[in-house]
Design a binder for this molecule. Structure first.
Ligand code: ADE
Length: 225
């Protein structure tokens, strides 16, 4: 998979890809991530990417021309399965969307800033709009980092234990059950006995019950999806 990210703040997006699982995935050639500075596609001396809103109103708007130049250059080099715009009014990111995107070959992500981008960019270049939650960030970069993390860990071979993404919370619309490790008892706090029974069907049944109970208690909305 290849991910191209268009941003005015590439430095904000560097560190997530320089550590941990994302770095390992890149080092193992399971994914390529390329950052593109939108200012490299500007045409004036000031390297402007934004301008005042037509019709008046507070806040600047990202202009269509540099974005068109950058997207067009990338599209001339390879086909893209999805051109995603990170925006608080997009479709709210969930595990299902992350699963779908993880199956793509080439994706582009545009990070918005200021009040957002000229609507014509959204109408003519963008194929998918994603929000990471009902709150407003100062730019799309942190949202893009969240999206990339959620997607990249699903690419086969990225996680050490191939099965571990399958037992994540949300994979079957259930939250994950409680987990324990050594010591068996800590300051009077004991690990549930069933986990030492050696009876794996029984343990699996307990985990399913716990997952269901946790979902009913915390996120009953997931059970109606
Ligand atoms: N840009 C600003 N707020 C955002 C959000 N909640 N999700 C994605 N991109 C954003």
């Amino acid at each position: 998979m290849r991910i191209d990210i268009i941003t005015v703040l590439p430095e904000l997006l560097k560190s997530p890809f320089e550590a941990s699982i994302l770095k390992r995935a890149i080092d193992a050639d399971l994914v390529e991530v390329h950052l593109h500075n939108l200012r490299d596609y500007t045409t004036d001396n000031y390297k402007s990417v934004d301008d005042y809103q037509y019709g008046g109103g507070a806040g600047m708007v990202m202009m269509i021309e540099p974005i068109d130049k950058c997207i067009s250059k990338l599209k001339s080099e390879r086909p893209y399965d999805e051109i995603i715009y990170m925006t608080p009014d997009g479709e709210r990111l969930n595990q299902n969307i992350a699963n779908q995107i993880s199956l793509k070959e080439n994706i582009m992500i545009l990070c918005g800033h200021y009040k957002g981008v000229d609507q014509r960019v959204r109408d003519h270049f963008i194929t998918k709009e994603i929000s990471i939650g009902d709150y407003v960030l100062s730019g799309g970069e942190l949202g893009a980092a969240v999206l990339c993390d959620a997607v990249i860990r699903l690419i086969p071979g990225v996680l050490g234990n191939e099965t571990s993404a399958l037992t994540d919370s949300f994979q079957d619309n259930l939250l994950a059950p409680p987990i324990y490790t050594r010591p068996r008892e800590y300051k009077g706090m004991a690990v549930p006995e069933v986990l030492f029974s050696g009876n794996f069907p029984k343990i699996e049944k307990w985990r399913e019950e716990q997952a269901l109970k946790r979902t009913q208690d915390r996120r009953p909305d997931l059970l109606n999806e």
